[in-house]
Design a protein around this ligand. Structure first.
Ligand code: MCN
Length: 777
């Protein structure tokens, strides 16, 4: 069968409704009798709740109820604690003593924690009521810095977490101590991967209403994984899963932060059930900054044992991960260790983390989740090695790459890399960037004391993605020949409707426009694990390919019976099911479907034309790539301008190249923003200093150049599409590329490393700190 749409630059099916504003988000849903919830939140980083008085609020017009944690506790189990392990398995490390309730009962552990809910006839009435709720707080000492949190005498967040340590993880292989002892040189660097906020365009939102059909609830939530939320809500509300229907309508971005079961989801659902009314809560942007989980938040010591030639013989990594106030997806810092050797063949490793509770917003999944941190540390360290040895950074990388012949590669971190060709990606990126010409320009600028220094940064990455345990797909051909497909993935910007329709169109020989792909409704779609960890195409797309393949097979069988031909002789050609070598003997899918649902179907063939498939990946997939950033640094102001950006990303087979480009663009913007702009900051008392978008710097379109994306294609043998993920890849490659570029520009000043974000002041101070004799100009 000739493939027409796989790999074609197809415009997104989703966009007409999105750009004309005809789609429906949680905030657009209108239900009769809808009431609104506003939460009363802690202004303290750590405090005891001595009492809550809602009487003044209750007297306010439009306030229907004030509900405290104690009111709600009898109706809820503790919040589910992140139980999805790295492989999607489900092993919780959390102890019972660390659990908490959707509305905190006697103690809060971070600013923004919800302690009461006010229900009103309008958002305004509920907000006014919330302002009138009196909470009798007993402030407690807070701890914000993870090192301070582990020190003797620090405030303790949980009785069963001595020294505030949530968990520790170690990966050790080979003989790292011996390799370090005999190293020609040991290169060390402490680095950070600062705390970030997700900031999707649409903040979190949940609407819960009684469901007459099941006697339970319908919950609309802007979410990345409706089935996961259904499970979380069922546990928290002690309800049967078939009495909770979760619908993720249009979702305006997630970036990892819309995956879990949040306190607000449970509180709103519990209250809707108790009061038998539809209730909605829409997060404000200020709430988003303090009540939606953050990402990254590490400080890490890296060490490389290096021989005279630049071969890295051993690595040490010590991550101190701030997990914030509650344990949510705290396996993420373990992923950093799992990706600890990146694209390099290093046999001796000693990698460890310590995950620490602090009085801050919990830290959980954020695009890349653990892998960008690993790539950043490693790629920065490799640049430090190159600088110390006086060798070009590309030379050190090439000396240490895992060679193409070594795949599948058993990394000492326990990972089994499927396929890769790292030097090819780097060589291509450097070629597209005109690397040699750039180096000449860089020297020229230094020689002529140009005000703008040029910096060239490169980074190579590999990531693990395509998590299981499985993903589902249902493909149904209606009697008219149109097709409806259902997926257990739950896109929120990625464009699965387009990609999956491309897969189906080719398989079934049906027009792209005749296919509708639906998702995000637990009462309709088969069980799925949603969208995160760049799993949707590799796992969900494979399920879709298999389901469409099954339907095609059945359609060919029916066609064979209708055309009185052998099954083996029927092929799909240019939208028709035809007998090989006899183009006049052919049928459209519509004709076959009509037959499949009608009288006269041949004996032995089941009626209808649909199939449901579950794809269970045999292992993870490992996309990779090389990024080159070109920056100009203004010597007088420290301002960094990203002048050019080249990415070469290898995600195996590309189904929708235009969507892949979009994912890469977004990923670069996000990764470059970590390098240059974004940072969540708390003061020593645990007050959030970046509580609005006036203080938390997001990138603007004019902060970025026109991005140049390129590719290599190295398929994976571990799924039928040969595809790897791309949803996070560029976020992983871009942060180290940009920081390496800035440090490269500052090399004449003797700068070896700077912590992110590289805002003008930090860069300017670094240049000022250089002894004037070494300072160029
Ligand atoms: N694709 C393709 N060929 C490939 C790989 C992917 O055509 N070889 C297409 C896919 O069909 C899909 C898109 O590219 O349309 C991304 O696919 P995939 O890599 O499977 O990733 P997911 O769809 O699972 O997306 C998850 C990933 C994550 S984890 C975050 S976080 C993230 C991201 O995607 N958040 C996003 N991209 C985002 N994009 C937008 N607009 N908004 C977010 O919140």
């Amino acid at each position: 069968m000739a493939s027409k749409l796989l790999g074609a630059r197809v415009k997104r099916k989703e966009d007409p409704r999105l750009i004309t504003g005809t789609s429906q988000y949680v905030a657009d849903i209108a239900l009769p009798g809808l009431l609104h919830v506003v939460f009363v939140r802690s202004p303290h980083a750590h405090a005891r709740i001595r009492g809550i008085d809602g009487s003044a609020a209750l007297r306010h017009p439009g306030v229907v109820a004030v509900v405290t944690g104690s009111d709600l506790k009898p109706h809820c189990a503790p919040l589910p604690i992140a139980t999805v392990s790295a492989e999607g398995g489900g092993e919780s490390k959390a102890e019972a003593g660390r659990q908490h309730y959707p509305l905190s009962v006697d103690r809060v552990r971070h600013v923004g924690e919800a302690v009461a809910a006010v229900i009103g006839t309008s958002v305004e009435a509920a907000a006014d009521g919330a302002a009138l709720v009196q909470v009798d707080w007993e402030p407690l000492p807070a701890v914000v810095d993870p090192d301070a949190a582990m020190a003797a005498g620090a405030p303790q967040l949980f009785d069963d977490a001595p020294n505030n340590i949530e968990h520790k993880q170690v990966i050790k292989a080979g003989d790292p101590d011996a390799a370090f002892a005999k190293a020609h040189r040991v290169v060390k660097q402490r680095m950070n991967s600062q705390r970030l906020s997700g900031v999707p365009l649409e903040p979190r939102a949940v609407l819960a209403a009684p469901d007459p059909a099941s006697g339970g609830l319908v919950v609309w939530s802007t979410h990345q994984a409706p089935h996961v939320l259904r499970g979380g809500l069922a546990d928290a509300l002690r309800m049967p899963q078939n009495q909770i229907r979760v619908i993720a309508p249009e979702v305006g971005g997630g970036f990892g932060v819309k995956f879990g079961t949040y306190p607000e989801d449970v509180a709103v659902a519990a209250l809707a059930r108790l009061r038998r009314v539809p209730l909605r809560w829409i997060e404000t942007r200020a709430e988003h900054m303090s009540a939606t989980t953050h990402g990254r938040a590490h400080t890490t010591d890296m060490e490389a044992a290096v021989d005279a030639d630049g071969r890295i013989t051993a690595l040490r990594m010590r991550v101190v991960a701030d997990v914030g106030a509650y344990p949510i997806f705290t396996f993420i810092p373990d992923l950093t260790l799992m990706m600890g050797v990146g694209v390099y063949r290093v046999e001796n490793v000693d990698l460890s983390n310590i995950c620490v509770f602090t009085n801050t917003t919990p830290v959980a999944a954020y695009r890349g989740a653990g892998r960008p941190e690993a790539a950043y540390y490693l790629e920065r360290l490799v640049d430090c090695v190159a600088a110390e040895l006086g060798k070009p950074p590309e030379e050190i990388r090439r000396k240490n790459f895992i060679p193409p012949g070594a795949f599948p590669y058993a990394a000492p971190t326990g990972q089994r890399y499927d396929s890769g060709e790292y030097d090819r990606a780097l060589t291509r990126a450097l070629t597209v960037a005109s690397h040699e010409a750039l180096r000449a320009e860089q020297r020229g600028r230094i020689d002529k004391d140009d005000r703008k220094l040029l910096g060239i940064g490169m980074a190579c990455y590999v990531e693990m993605c395509g998590f299981g345990p499985f993903e589902s797909a249902l493909v149904r051909v209606e009697p008219s020949g149109t097709v409806t497909a259902l997926t257990g993935t739950s896109p929120h910007g990625q464009g699965h409707e387009t990609t999956f329709a491309q897969i189906i169109a080719d398989q079934l020989g049906v027009d792209f426009d005749k296919i509708v792909v639906r998702h995000g409704d637990t009462s309709v779609t088969p069980m799925g694990f949603g969208t995160g960890g760049s799993r949707s195409l590799a796992v969900g797309g494979s399920a879709m390919l298999q389901a469409a393949g099954k339907v095609q097979e059945k359609a060919r069988r029916i066609a064979a019976s209708m055309l009185e031909a052998a099954f083996e002789d029927v092929e799909v050609n240019d939208g028709r099911y035809q007998v090989k070598g006899a183009p006049s003997k052919s049928l459209t899918l519509a004709k076959i479907a009509e037959h499949a649902y009608g009288e006269g179907l041949a004996p032995g063939i089941e009626p209808a034309l649909e199939a449901t498939e579950y794809f269970r990946p045999p292992q993870l997939v490992y996309p990779f790539g090389a990024h080159v950033a070109v920056v100009e640094v203004d010597r007088d102001t420290g301002r960094v301008t990203l002048r050019d950006y080249i990415s070469v990303d290898d995600c195996g087979t590309r189904i929708s190249p235009m969507l892949v480009d979009g994912q890469v663009h977004g990923g670069i913007a996000q990764g470059a923003a970590q390098a240059l702009l974004e940072e969540v900051r708390y003061d020593e008392a645990g007050q959030l200093m970046t509580g609005s978008l006036m203080d938390y710097a997001l990138p603007h379109a004019d902060d970025l150049p026109s991005l140049r994306t390129d590719q290599t294609v190295t398929v994976t043998p571990f799924n039928p599409l040969g595809a790897k993920g791309i949803g996070e890849a560029a976020t992983i490659g871009s942060t180290p590329a940009v920081v390496n570029a800035v440090v490269d520009a500052l090399r004449p000043f003797g700068v070896r490393h700077l912590d992110m974000p590289l805002r003008p002041e930090r860069v300017w101070r670094a240049m000022q700190a250089t002894a004037s004799s070494r300072r160029p100009r």
